[in-house]
Design a protein around this ligand. Structure first.
Ligand SMILES: Cc1cc2nc3c(=O)[nH]c(=O)nc-3n(C[C@H](O)[C@H](O)[C@H](O)COP(=O)(O)OP(=O)(O)OC[C@H]3O[C@@H](n4cnc5c(N)ncnc54)[C@H](O)[C@@H]3O)c2cc1C
Length: 387
């Protein structure tokens, strides 16, 4: 089904992304990131220079100013994921979708001026640190505290599973500044690399996304100045998180649709080429039926995602709608990838093949960004009339 949400500006931008991929996201680059467990800074800087990173940074701070029109970011995700470079897509997404928006929407003028120009060039990479060893879905159960002291806060605690946790320079950290678990007991602080007592723990070894770093963080009496309180107001952290989560969930939905599309394309190419019993794999009735299911699912995914992109651009994508998009898209993605792996036979299990890597990468889409169970909770609670 033809998609119609992109105009000629988006298509011209797509050419630029493709050109970047040809130069900076080759198989050798991907292998280097996988071996290092991270995307190197030079690649991130090159992405910024090419104009495919920093899309969400306002123009006055050196970015492209496209935070609300997520279609340009969607183009980046589509092309980078189709090129089999899921780790790069992850690294770009953390900066543009998870870190930068907190400064753009909620930062003070001084915070924006200090950080956004450097984030636009990838001289500063950001990350978002909410999850803790004992609290993921249940965010109000976090234990990291920020105690008010003269001129700032003393932060103690630990975070885990933090994407870009090794390579990032600036961390948006969800902390407790009050008692109990009321929404106003939480704040977001900016923690900088090099602050005394701020340590990066191990780089975690993951099932997929081997070229994108995920780490533990620990904080021991880290002094964080008042200037690093996001928005300059204490007790707003929970509300600030809730404001950006729809974007995070939409971005996962886009990645899921892009991976499903890529899986379909790889599988079509493979099954048209490979032969068994004297005919192409694509010619078996079962293969044709599987391919028909995959293609139809991909069409439905794009129709839904495109509608969500339009709603987001119009400022109308609600938390519940974003939650629906996230769980539904990632579950369809899993089905399409699984069918694609099966049609590749043994080669579908070999990580030299992009479908195998995409299959492994995709598993986390149903877990992070709020697990799909939590997404159903959000949607179900609204349907039941409970807030
Ligand atoms: C590769 C990777 C990258 C990540 N990146 C980041 C990051 O950049 N920043 C960050 O802050 N976090 C990040 N996370 C953390 C991620 O968001 C959490 O793992 C996720 O929210 C689930 O939390 P948890 O692991 O504590 O699982 P738990 O909350 O312990 O859940 C365990 C299981 O119980 C289910 N469950 C929990 N509560 C309910 C409920 N009320 N009803 C029904 N089922 C429930 C969950 O759905 C899940 O299936 C990342 C995780 C991974 C694996």
């Amino acid at each position: 089904m033809e998609r119609d949400i992109y105009d000629e500006d988006h298509e011209a931008f797509r050419d630029l992304v493709k050109d970047f991929i040809k130069r900076h996201a080759t198989n050798e680059d991907r292998e280097r990131w996988d071996a290092a467990g991270e995307v190197d800074r030079d690649t991130m800087r090159a992405a910024a220079e090419a104009g495919i990173l920093g899309l969400s940074v306002p123009e006055e701070f050196g970015g492209a100013g496209m935070l609300q029109d997520y279609r340009f970011r969607a183009v980046v995700n589509e092309e980078v994921i189709t090129a089999g470079a899921g780790s790069l897509a992850g690294a770009l997404g953390i900066q543009d979708d998870l870190a930068v928006p907190y400064l753009v929407h909620m930062g003070t003028d001084a915070q924006k001026e200090k950080w956004l120009p450097k984030m636009a060039t990838a001289d500063v990479l950001g990350a978002l640190a909410m999850t803790e060893p004992a609290a993921g879905s249940d965010l109000r159960g976090i234990k990291t505290t920020a105690k008010k002291v003269d001129g700032g806060y003393l932060v103690n605690g630990a975070k885990t599973f933090i994407s870009s946790g090794v390579t990032a320079d600036l961390f948006v950290v969800f902390v407790k500044t009050g008692e109990g678990d009321r929404p106003d007991a939480f704040s977001l602080l900016l923690l900088e690399n090099g602050m005394a007592g701020f340590d990066h723990g191990k780089k975690l070894h993951k099932m997929g996304f081997h070229g994108h770093d995920t780490a533990e963080l620990s904080f021991t009496d880290v002094f964080v100045p008042d200037d690093n309180l996001i928005g300059g107001e204490e007790g707003k952290g929970f509300v600030q998180l809730m404001m950006n989560l729809p974007l995070e969930r939409l971005s996962i939905g886009v990645s899921a649709a892009a991976a499903a599309q890529a899986a379909l394309d790889w599988t079509l190419a493979y099954t048209r080429d490979r032969e068994a019993f004297g005919q192409r794999i694509a010619d078996f009735q079962n293969s044709r039926f599987q391919l028909a299911d995959m293609a139809t699912t991909v069409d439905a995914l794009w129709a839904y995602i495109d509608r969500a992109l339009e709603a987001y651009a119009a400022g109308k994508l609600s938390a519940e709608e974003a939650a629906k998009v996230k769980f539904w898209a990632t579950e369809r993605e899993a089905e399409v990838l699984d069918a694609g792996v099966q049609l590749h036979g043994g080669y579908g299990y070999i990580t030299e093949y992009p479908i195998a890597r995409a299959f492994l990468d995709a598993r986390v889409h149903r877990i992070y960004g709020g697990s799909n169970e939590i997404m159903r909770e959000i949607v179900g609670r609204q349907l039941a009339g409970k807030r």
